[in-house]
Design a protein around this ligand. Structure first.
Ligand code: HEC
Length: 221
């Protein structure tokens, strides 16, 4: 009887320990799962740019006090290097061709304009590599470093695309049904919009915003 009780007590104790241990294992597994999900996300957000040019074309300056040496289009991601007063030094990465290096585009062969260099003597991009495309054009991977007004930027790029969509809906549906952005490729839209911008009497800023919106949502080749 005593033995029996003892055995059952030991059994119950052991089972409790086993249960505790299993619970511990489950907790460790859950914590590991949580960390594996959230750590890469944290690392990504730390690396990813969280600053973008706002709704208007922004001026690029050689120094915090000027002069203007180029422009950067709406929605372009920029990496903020440092800030002085209302100005920030930023880095913008893109691609340009060796025969027209003053236009910096989003990717090799993709003519979505990010930066226009107005003064190449004062705004000289750093070139990290050069590749030749199927048409024999040389594309260079470039980084532009310049100063911009902080209030020309936004941290939430969705605001830029919302404004662009609203403008597109109202200005581009007056004469015909709204065309969908995926009707043309990013390389075709500039030519189409050149004519239509006149039809819709778009300002330079409106033109740049709508073009960037159309190219961002364009047909993939
Ligand atoms: C004042 C009237 C008017 C406005 C405003 C207008 N369009 Fe058009 N659009 C036309 C006419 C007319 C055509 C057909 C003839 C042509 O292609 O020029 C056309 C054709 C088009 C086409 C077809 C082109 C092709 O090659 O198939 C697209 C795309 C287009 N418009 C986009 C736009 C966009 C984007 C806007 C806003 C920036 C816009 N339109 C504003 C009059 C207008």
């Amino acid at each position: 009887m005593i033995n029996c009780n003892l055995i059952s007590i030991i059994f119950i104790r052991t089972m409790t320990l086993v249960k505790e241990f299993l619970r511990f294992l489950v907790s460790v597994a859950l914590i590991a799962l949580f960390l594996s999900q959230s750590l890469p996300a944290l690392a990504d957000s730390a690396l990813a740019s969280d600053t973008f040019i706002g709704m208007k074309v922004a001026a690029l300056l050689a120094s915090p006090a000027g002069p203007i040496v180029g422009t950067v289009t709406p929605g372009t991601p920029v990496k903020v290097l440092k800030s002085v007063g209302a100005m920030s030094e930023v880095e913008i990465s893109g691609w340009s061709t060796t025969n027209a290096p003053t236009n910096v585009f989003s990717a090799e062969g993709q003519r979505m304009l990010l930066v226009h260099i107005a003064d190449p003597a004062q705004l000289t991009p750093a070139v990290s590599k050069v590749v030749k495309d199927e048409y024999g054009t040389f594309w260079q991977d470039v980084t532009v470093k310049a100063w911009i007004q902080q209030d020309a930027t936004v941290s939430d790029v969705a605001k830029v695309w919302d404004a662009a969509q609203g403008l597109y809906n109202t200005r581009c549906s007056a004469c015909h049904a709204l065309h969908t952005p995926d009707q043309f490729t990013a390389n075709q839209w500039p030519g189409v919009l050149r004519v239509m911008a006149k039809n819709a009497s778009l300002t330079k800023d409106e033109d740049a915003l709508i073009l960037k919106f159309l190219q961002t949502n364009a047909k993939s080749q």
